[in-house]
Design a protein. Structure first.
Length: 289
């Protein structure tokens, strides 16, 4: 290998053991890509390669990472929109033949156990060893991570009385088993830390001292998702078993669903959620019962 395929918003460089993805910095590039800057994907982290028609004569090359291979995608847990997928490259029509060539090249180097989950993170998390503490502002507080501790500092105007009662929080990585990241593009967006000592947490992130709530202008995707991925990677390195992002599955507690619908209704009444968003999310929550 050792060649380059330039697409829209990113360039892929094919090396002997990996694919180096470099994202553009233009104003049309998703903020998540700009925050990631570049990512090196070892061949051992790949599960599949597809090539499909795109819009306006373009071709889309996409590689799917193996489960458990990339902390960013583990944290995202299938919540990213198509246009924010860092493993997706949109290629102009005049480079379709080159895209087909590289799709075949990548299929030839897929690991034999590509259909099996990886036993460790093969892709480095963004800011895995941050030069300075990672930070982002949520609706009810500010989150920070220095590679060893995750801290939550509550907002005077946004935090619940339950959080104010326990005060600001500081969690050593060794006390965590993973994270639960819910996209800020959803009405119930939040980042929750999963604790070894307290596997059962309050149902509502608004009341959980181990969680921050995003709200309409807090916890932007390009800040909170890389943050969650960096925490996941550090948790795995500090533990004997891989850290896992909490994925949705199974039936939810009816009381939890009722509380989320109530909170959704408050956001709707405040004008922070449209009628369509309210109806869609309410139906989604009721389907989980």
């Amino acid at each position: 290998m050792g060649d380059v395929l330039a697409g829209i918003q990113a360039t892929w460089e094919f090396e002997s053991d990996s694919v180096l993805i470099r994202f553009e910095r233009g104003h049309r590039t998703p903020k998540l890509f700009q925050a990631l800057r570049e990512r090196r994907i070892p061949h051992e982290a790949l599960a599949s390669v597809t090539l499909s028609p795109g819009k306006r004569g373009t071709t889309v090359l996409r590689v799917a990472p193996r489960a458990g291979a990339d902390p960013l995608m583990e944290a995202a847990a299938g919540q990213l929109r198509e246009e924010s997928d860092p493993y997706r490259l949109v290629i102009p029509a005049d480079r379709a033949a080159l895209a087909l060539r590289w799709a075949d090249e990548l299929r030839a180097v897929l690991p034999r156990d590509a259909d099996q989950p990886a036993d460790r993170y093969a892709v480095a998390a963004p800011y895995a060893v941050p030069d300075a503490p990672l930070q982002f502002k949520a609706y009810d507080g500010r989150a920070s991570f220095d590679g060893r501790h995750v801290g939550f500092r509550w907002s005077r105007t946004g935090a619940s009385s339950a959080k104010w009662k326990v005060g600001d929080q500081n969690f050593p990585v060794q006390e965590l088993t993973g994270v639960e990241w819910r996209t800020p593009e959803a009405a119930d967006g939040h980042l929750r830390l999963l604790l070894r000592s307290e596997p059962s947490r309050p149902a509502q992130p608004e009341k959980d001292p181990a969680a921050v709530v995003f709200g309409p202008r807090g916890g932007p995707l390009h800040e909170s998702l890389p943050f969650a991925a960096a925490v996941l990677e550090s948790v795995q390195k500090s533990a004997r078993t891989p850290a896992m992002a909490l994925r949705s599955g199974g039936r939810r507690d009816p009381a939890d669903i009722a509380e989320r619908i109530r909170h959704l209704g408050e956001l709707h009444q405040a004008g922070l959620v449209t009628d369509d968003e309210f109806s869609s999310k309410k139906a989604e929550l009721l389907a989980e019962l």
